[in-house]
Design a protein around this ligand. Structure first.
Ligand code: GTR
Length: 385
């Protein structure tokens, strides 16, 4: 209340007042007993009420329909692969006692509005054969926060894009970054949002990786943490070249069900991060029940490819239970493909991963991409052929 009063009466209030940020967290519901009943859109019922009973109808009818609903109502539209795009190798060296090769690749995109470049680092185990690669957006501009040596020892390559090179992460930043190359997409209510721009950047990195002889192009997995896990899920949902997705603590706008009033809400995320989603998404502030989708449908778009959802036990803002349920409610689509869901119906205790065609764990501890998470991800990937 005090915050609202402040915002309304002070003319020079910053777009996101720090006090407002704290206030959303302070007033959030963290009590399971206060979760209101909700009902979710059925993954296997089309917009016009047709029952989706086979893979063909899923692929031909329901999948495109859900993708479009997410574009229109949540993440906004994205440009297609740019006609004018070039890749160049900026640096190239052998590392880890010549056991691995590390390159920095520049992606340059041009449109009639100008040009924009971003980079990513690619490290591959010294190869006689192409390696599977784990690709992700990174908060850092190098790979120093990821367990490089461990990843390489397990036989995987890794690629990381400093996410703000694609699109800055600030309110009012959509006139910059790659979004600025497509001003016509910013005129729309379902505009090219920051999360869509980051996801689109992942697909552009994939455009390169597909051409690299040291990369097993059929085994490019996505990883992301937090806001970057939201983007990884949206990228995997849209772009079926990705082999699987590892979505760590993705929370609201990621794997967590929007209709569950627990932790972060649609209003909180749209207020604190107005650039992350399309403008249309704001219509659902306090009206999540009117969303034509919910986040289980985002996970379902990844089917039949594996999706690994994780939570952290202390990350109540991210709603661990809502992330688990998002995954469970996507399972009917995996079953349509003849794949098995998780063997459990209730969220497992901390540090007990459960794997099937989809996978889940809740790690003991706080919101983070921790060694424990990496360890499970690498083991899980070893089980996927
Ligand atoms: C939080 C935000 C979450 C999550 C997180 C992050 O402040 O509310 O949705 O994305 O940031 O990305 O670190």
């Amino acid at each position: 209340m005090i915050v609202l009063f402040f915002a309304v009466t002070t003319p020079f209030v910053p777009l996101i007042a720090e006090s407002a940020i704290e206030d959303f967290k302070a007033v959030a519901n963290y009590d399971e007993r206060n979760v209101r009943p909700y009902s979710l859109p059925n993954p296997l019922l089309s917009n016009d009420g047709k029952k989706i009973a086979n893979v063909q109808d899923w692929i031909g009818i329901r999948r495109p329909e859900i993708l479009k609903l997410f574009e229109q109502n949540v993440y906004g539209v994205s440009p297609s692969r740019p006609a004018n795009m070039t890749f160049s190798v900026v640096t190239d060296e052998m590392v880890f006692a010549k056991k691995a090769r590390r390159r920095k690749i520049k992606v340059l995109v041009k449109t009639s509005q100008g040009s924009k470049a971003f980079h990513f680092e690619l490290v591959t185990p010294n190869p006689k054969t192409p390696s599977p690669v784990i690709l992700g957006l990174n908060f850092k501009d190098d790979l120093s926060n990821w367990p490089l040596e461990k990843i390489l020892e397990r036989g995987f390559g890794v690629a990381g894009i400093p996410y703000v090179e694609i699109q800055p992460d600030q309110p009012d930043s959509l006139s910059k970054g790659v979004a600025a190359l497509y001003p016509e997409l910013q005129q729309r209510e379902d505009n090219f949002s920051a999360i869509s721009a980051w996801a689109w950047g992942l697909s552009r990195a994939m455009d390169y990786l597909e051409t690299d002889p040291q990369v097993d192009r059929k085994r490019v997995a996505l990883i992301g943490h937090s806001r970057l896990a939201k983007a990884a899920l949206w990228a995997a949902a849209r772009d079926q070249r990705f082999f699987l997705v590892l979505a760590n603590d993705s929370g609201e706008g990621g794997a967590a069900l929007a209709r569950r009033n627990f932790g972060e809400t649609t209003r909180a995320i749209n207020t604190r991060f107005p650039h992350w989603f399309a403008k249309t998404f704001r219509r659902f502030n306090d009206h999540e029940a009117q969303l034509p989708v919910d986040q289980h449908l985002l996970l379902a778009l990844v089917a039949p490819r594996p999706v690994y959802v994780t939570s952290a036990s202390e990350d109540l803002w991210g709603d661990p239970q809502g992330e688990f349920l998002g995954l469970k409610k996507a399972e009917p689509v995996y079953r349509l493909f003849g794949l098995q869901g998780l063997s459990i119906d209730r969220m497992p205790v901390s540090n007990s991963p459960v794997w099937a065609s989809v996978a889940y764990h809740v790690r003991r501890g706080r919101h983070d991409l921790a060694d424990y998470d990496w360890e499970q991800f690498l083991k899980f990937m070893k089980t996927r052929k």
